[in-house]
Design a protein. Structure first.
Length: 218
């Protein structure tokens, strides 16, 4: 099976969301909740915090699984005193091998206009499309930045990688902090490499990722 590999920065967690990973996803979420809610907090404060964090993380990984994503990357360490607000979904698609990928990508560029960019990802042609989403339907008053990469396999016609990330904002889409978060996600996508089969993330790999997270302060 064709798969993709990404270089995961320290402080990020790659959670597998393919078929048969539900128990592993639950385990990862519980481990993250334990690490990010300090044990010394009073029970009346820790309880609601754990509940909300569990809800957010479970929603992110379950949505990725429901959408057919192979995995979701969650940046959980702090950078400059704040945590990156967003997630990166990675999906591998197998489509009609007779369709010219250049035509598909040209159509995406035409539809995206100024918000679409042609580039190379993983040794093959790709398009980056950016859009602004109205977040009021999900209970947020401020817009969200969404960036999607459509990357064609350089040697396997009909095989695509779809990488999508969203970044929350406080209303200012051009805030330097928002742009910095987008740039970091872009950098991760730029490390994409195609492989025959990367294989499932092992429990040992996940433990190593979790242990690399910065300890909770306070």
């Amino acid at each position: 099976m064709i798969d993709v590999e990404l270089i995961v920065p320290e402080g990020w967690v790659l959670v597998p969301t393919g078929p048969g990973t539900q128990r592993l996803r639950v385990w990862v979420v519980e481990q993250l909740v334990r690490r990010f809610v300090p044990e010394h907090l009073p029970r009346d404060k820790a309880g609601p915090w754990r509940k909300e964090l569990r809800k957010q993380l479970t929603g992110a990984v379950d949505d990725a699984a429901a959408g057919g994503a192979r995995c979701v990357l969650l940046p959980l360490a702090e950078y400059g005193g704040f945590r990156l607000p967003g997630s990166l979904l990675v999906t591998v698609l197998e489509d009609d091998p007779t369709v010219d990928p250049e035509l598909v990508l040209a159509g995406l560029v035409a539809d995206g206009g100024e918000d679409a960019l042609s580039l190379d990802v993983g040794g093959g042609p790709a398009v980056r499309v950016q859009e602004v989403l109205d977040s009021r339907r999900v209970g947020r008053p401020y817009p969200t930045r969404k960036v999607a990469y459509y990357a064609a396999h350089p040697d396997q016609p009909g095989t695509w990688a779809l990488l999508t990330f969203t970044v929350l904002t406080d209303g200012d889409l051009e805030d330097p902090a928002v742009l910095a978060v987008v740039a970091m996600f872009d950098a991760v996508v730029g490390t994409l490499q195609w492989s025959e089969h990367a294989g499932p993330v092992s429990a040992d790999d996940l433990v190593a990722q979790l242990d690399a997270l910065q300890p909770v302060s306070g």
